[in-house]
Design a binder for this molecule. Structure first.
Ligand SMILES: Cc1ncc(COP(=O)(O)O)c(C=O)c1O
Length: 395
């Protein structure tokens, strides 16, 4: 009667959502202030005032039909020009408006890229730990997701394992840096190595292999870490950007895809992106929000809270005896669980009202994710709980 796969996707709750709902229920029993909910990646930094001001300015100066009307499918040409100029200024690139396709956030952008690129039997490679939605996005367009196991000492790329998984069917590689869930930022050296390996493989197989650079956390990189602009290292790169995290606008659904002139056959790729957006009904990203982000182009993100929270949680967990890579960006910590079974560990953590997400969900068993985009005070109060949990394991 219905597409079984769609029914399953629509009714089976994600682990993150299940944990979050458990938290809501538990908060009703014991009080919000006694729950340490590290489950969701929903930014807690308020949307900057300049965004509000841009909305007010636009609404009060432009005609309603101009603000709320349809734009052309890839988005308002002036908006795209302005955003391209802002990217060029920041990263020394050379884009024009024609290189941008406005989307409803990064999720739409990535899905469009998968759909635009996927031919029969194509494979898409992701590096564990990875954003779990990649799997259903890739599978929904008929592709196969191939996962490179995690390099858990620093969450960069295990190039030996990666190389073995590249085949003649590999169409693209998805990179996400700063990373959800590891908090790692890929170094320039990692990006260079990635580019050089993919160039060699393109030659070997005689066709392009793309990088899809999923960048919703680009602006959230801490001191000492810079996020290389991948198109400058590798020609066949499509960038998927979003304002969900950088301007705390996840509910407004706005972002873009960059298709550089240098990709193998720009006209074909941009055309396929437009076609994929059309069938996925992701054309004409929200008009008001296109104008707003263009108004705010180049304005800084407020990352102080994430920096402070990351440091506090990292140091607290280290003091409690957890193994963990220092936060470099995004707003997640990905420590080693205190037992092999990360699901059992997260279940046990619930006894202390610590709500954590098992690493298995991100393709990296034995670890757990703690999203620290929450009140600093909640993190402070949670640290004795982590200590008690660790003490229980020590016996
Ligand atoms: C790695 C990653 N990619 C994509 C997305 C989707 O972001 P958006 O809200 O822009 O669709 C998220 C959201 O959490 C994410 O963590």
């Amino acid at each position: 009667m219905v597409a079984q796969k769609m029914y399953e996707l629509g009714t089976k709750k994600s682990t993150i959502r299940t944990i979050f709902e458990y938290g809501r229920q538990r908060a009703a029993e014991v009080g919000e202030e006694n729950i340490y909910d590290f489950s969701l990646g929903n930014p807690n930094v308020p949307t900057p005032d300049f965004v509000k001001q841009a909305v007010i300015d636009i609404m009060s100066t432009m005609s309603p039909t101009a603000v709320h009307g349809y734009t052309i499918a890839p988005g308002n040409p002036e908006v795209r020009e302005k955003l391209a100029a802002s990217i060029n200024e920041r990263f020394g690139t050379n884009f024009a408006g024609r290189n941008l396709f406005m989307t409803s956030g990064a999720a739409a952008a990535i899905t469009i890229c998968f759909k635009a690129l996927c031919e029969e039997n194509n494979e898409f490679i992701a590096f564990a730990p990875f954003f779990p939605e990649y799997r259903c996005f890739v599978e929904s367009v008929g592709g196969k997701l191939v996962v490179v196991p995690a390099k858990t000492d620093d969450f960069q790329i295990d190039f030996t394992a990666f190389e073995k998984l590249i085949t003649g069917q590999t169409k693209a590689v998805i990179v996400n840096s700063p990373n959800n869930p590891s908090g790692a930022v890929y170094s320039e050296d990692t990006i260079r190595q990635l580019a050089s390996l993919l160039r060699a493989k393109e030659k070997e197989y005689g066709h392009p292999i793309f990088i899809i650079s999923d960048e919703p956390y680009r602006e959230i990189a801490f001191e000492g870490y810079t996020v290389p602009y991948v198109t400058k290292y590798y020609e066949n790169t499509l960038v998927c950007y979003s304002y969900s995290k950088s301007f705390s606008l996840p509910g407004e659904r706005i972002g873009y895809i960059v298709v550089p002139d240098e990709v193998a056959d720009f006209g074909k790729i941009f055309g396929a992106v437009a076609g994929a957006a059309r069938v996925l009904t992701h054309v004409n990203a929200p008009s008001l929000w296109q104008l707003v982000v263009a108004h705010c182009a180049g304005k800084p993100s407020d990352i102080e809270t994430y920096k402070r929270n990351g440091k506090l949680l990292y140091e607290g967990l280290k003091a409690a005896g957890f193994e963990c890579v220092r936060p470099q960006g995004a707003f997640y910590l990905f420590p080693k669980a205190l037992e092999e079974d990360d699901n059992a560990f997260c279940e046990r953590a619930k006894k202390y009202d610590l709500l954590l997400v098992p690493g298995t969900d991100f393709g990296c068993p034995g670890y757990f994710r703690a999203a620290y985009c929450i009140k600093t005070e909640t993190i402070e109060k949670s640290l004795p709980r982590f200590k008690e949990l660790a003490a229980e394991y020590r016996g």
